[in-house]
Ligand binder design. Structure first.
Ligand SMILES: [Zn+2]
Length: 79
């Protein structure tokens, strides 16, 4: 079943079916983001990590990456 409307590209895209290991935000991502946009983000993520020199072993690094993802995918505000 396609997702209703992707928050990034605005289309009724193919859903993400694989596990993302994103914890509690995973359902939110899957409900809002189509698979092609997620793939786009996974490529973008590598560039973001390098560009901002994020240390993912550090909570603040992980937090910054999450912020970048939120903006990139245009996700709705977290409750
Ligand atoms: Zn999309």
């Amino acid at each position: 079943m396609p997702i209703e409307q992707c928050s990034k590209c605005g289309t009724q895209g193919d859903p993400i079916e694989e596990a993302l290991y994103m914890g509690k935000i995973e359902p939110l991502i899957k409900a809002n983001v189509c698979r092609p946009c997620w793939v786009e983000w996974t490529n973008m993520r590598v560039m973001v990590i390098n560009e901002l020199r994020l240390n993912l072993g550090d909570p603040s690094g992980r937090d910054q990456l999450k912020q970048q993802m939120w903006t990139f995918l245009n996700l709705p505000k977290e409750e």
